[in-house]
Ligand binder design. Sequence first.
Ligand SMILES: *Cc1c(COP(=O)(O)O)cnc(C)c1O
Length: 317
Amino acid sequence: MRDVARARHRIRGLAVETPLVSARTLGETAGLKLWLKAENLQRTGSFKLRGAVNRLAVLARSGAPLRGVITASSGNHGQALAYAARAFGYPAVVVVPEDAAPPKVAAARTFGAEVVHCGRTSAERFAKAYDLAAERGLEFVPPYDDPDIIAGQGTIGLEILEACPEVEAVLVPLGGGGLLAGIATAIKERAPRVRLVGVEPEGSNAHQQSRAAGRPVTLPRTETVADGLRKLAPGRLTFPIIQEKVDEIVTVCDEEILQAMARLALTAKLVVEPSGATSVAAALNGRGVRPGERVVCVLSGGNVDPAVLARALETAP
Ligand SMILES: *Cc1c(COP(=O)(O)O)cnc(C)c1O
């Protein structure tokens, strides 16, 4: 918890404090009082900047010489790390699959990162990133399984409590679990009565299955439109935190995610990517919420492929 408070101090100036938007119309249709934590409006388009900046600030202060940073994510974490590294004046390398979407590669390059293409599986990418890290003396920065990353994401929890002290439940998109573990740590310390709910796609519910089994479960494959929430297993650090502090894990299907994106765009006027819309998809379908409750949904990012946004808008009535 002290780590989250320190992280908040460290990221000030580089990550913005995003608005908590009241979503009266959307809330009414679901029988809730609803607010949206708009991390889709965060710099680089997702909350991942918070963790990346916090990790870099810790590394920069540790005194150990740092030649640069590297990661194996082509998505929001890669962009966030590239942005943060440039701000701190360190070189960044992002390892992406050979078939990476050109806009994501372009974004990482825009923020000054060197992009290395390798293989098609995440195992190949991680291996390449570890090799390059050793060869060039770079620090590997993981997307979620790291205490400084988790603390950085937790700063969202502090901002939610300050902007909406009357909140009763917080719904959080759940991938590897850094976002949920951080927010749950921050909120349960100061307001233990607030319910914390993780939202996974049906086709990528490793946390839900692991919770039911009482130990980490590895899925054979994942299948979901929410590309930021694909993972085969929960994080080693995030799983026990989520076991201890999170009240419930629910799932949503792709159709519900796309419909939630359309409602967010047309009613709340917010462009949100599939991963970021899962929290609202759950609330609108009555999952993880109780009637009349005061609910905050975290919109974790807004970096959406235009073709997917078009598909989502076609679901609108
Ligand atoms: C990474 C990501 C998530 C999931 O965060 P975890 O810390 O891996 O659980 C959710 N939404 C978006 C937009 C993301 O980029």
